[in-house]
Structures are given as C-alpha cells and as structure tokens.
Design a protein around this ligand. Structure first.
Ligand SMILES: [Zn+2]
Length: 134
C-alpha cells in the first residue's frame, strides 16, 4: 500500500530548526543562547521593582507568589514561597514564554545554536555600522 504524506510531515527537523533560527526575534534568540535578563529581588525603599510582581496566595500561611519578567524577551518566571514568604532553595520555577519563544514541536534548538545565530546577526550588524574605509 502506498502512503502519501503531506508536505508538512516531510519537513526535516534540521530544516525546521534552521528556519526557526533564522526567523526568530533577536531578543528571544539572545535569551535562548545567553540567558534571561531577570530583575533581581532586593529592597527598594518599599517601592515596587520594575518587572517583579507579587501577591499573597495563602493569607493564613503567608505564602507569596512572585513573578519576575525578563527585561529582554518578556518570559515570566514564577515561584511560590514557603509559608512565611521565603523561597525554598533550590527554587522551583515555572515559566511562561512569549509567542515565538518555543520551537515547533519535534524541533530541538540548543543554546549553542541560538548563541551562534545571535553572534552571526551581531557580526552582520557591526559590519554594516562600521565607518567606510577610505
Ligand atoms: Zn528573556
């Protein structure tokens, strides 16, 4: 029996990875290859810190949900504290990513691949911004 596959099913994972790397937003690519840019927990004279939200989730136990938003790509990192408000270390984070952050299903993108593509784009960018040699 002959099996007919759709074009989508025939796309190779390597090609899909190549396409994802070349079309993905600069900031998302930079975070995937070089890490996120999280705001840091610290005292701030009682004022909120940009990119950090929190709310009490159990009034009786004093547990707090803390969400930090990456300054570059917008990924949210969420942690719920132990009773009393302190984070149990190592912290168990959950992440919510912006559209376009995840590669298509079945496509694996390594940090090294993402970094290499950021490096390539950066090099192209600085080459174009360099003053013309006389
Ligand atoms: Zn990020």
């Amino acid at each position: 029996m002959m099996v007919v596959q759709s074009i989508e099913e025939e796309v190779h994972p390597e090609l899909a990875a190549f396409e994802w790397l070349h079309k993905t937003d600069d900031k998302i690519l930079a975070c995937r290859g070089q890490g996120h840019n999280w705001p840091k927990l610290r005292p701030n004279k009682g004022r909120p810190i940009k990119g950090i939200r929190h709310r009490g989730i159990t009034e009786s136990q004093g547990q707090v949900e803390i969400i930090m938003t990456c300054r570059d790509c917008g990924t949210d990192r969420r942690v719920v504290t132990a009773p009393g408000g302190l984070i149990d270390l190592p912290a168990k984070y959950t992440y919510t990513h912006p559209d376009g952050y995840r590669a298509p299903k079945g496509v694996k993108i390594t940090g090294r691949q993402a970094f290499a593509e950021s490096n390539r784009r950066w090099l192209e960018d600085v080459a174009h911004s360099a003053p013309a040699a006389e």
